[in-house]
Design a protein around this ligand. Sequence first.
Ligand SMILES: [Zn+2]
Length: 131
Amino acid sequence: MTDAQQVQIPEGRPSLLQVRELQKDGKLIGFRCTKCGRTQVSPMYRCSCGSFDVKAQDLPLTGKVVSYTIQRVSAEEFINEVPYAWAVVELDDGTRVSGWIGYISTPKDLAIGAKVKYTSAYKPGVQFEKA
Ligand SMILES: [Zn+2]
């Protein structure tokens, strides 16, 4: 039996908790690999290219809907939000992020390519609204 491994957060990089706090301030924080340019919203300390040279940075708060599905059944935390769209959004810098958009009940409510903006949410996940 081995001891539980402790996750080390590299110096200068925010923890997931810190990222959540920053997002409450209306910021969308991403992690960009300086070697290959891969950027994602979920904290990464090592890129899929193998590089550990990952920097946290602000991401654009606007983008467009690339794809989505309409959720009519949800986890308990979103029980009062259904139906809503679970969308892939391409931010203005090209970073893709999945998030949710409220008040979407039919495909007529949200076009592919629609402009959306990030909104600081009291719910978990990344929330967007139509711009
Ligand atoms: Zn990389």
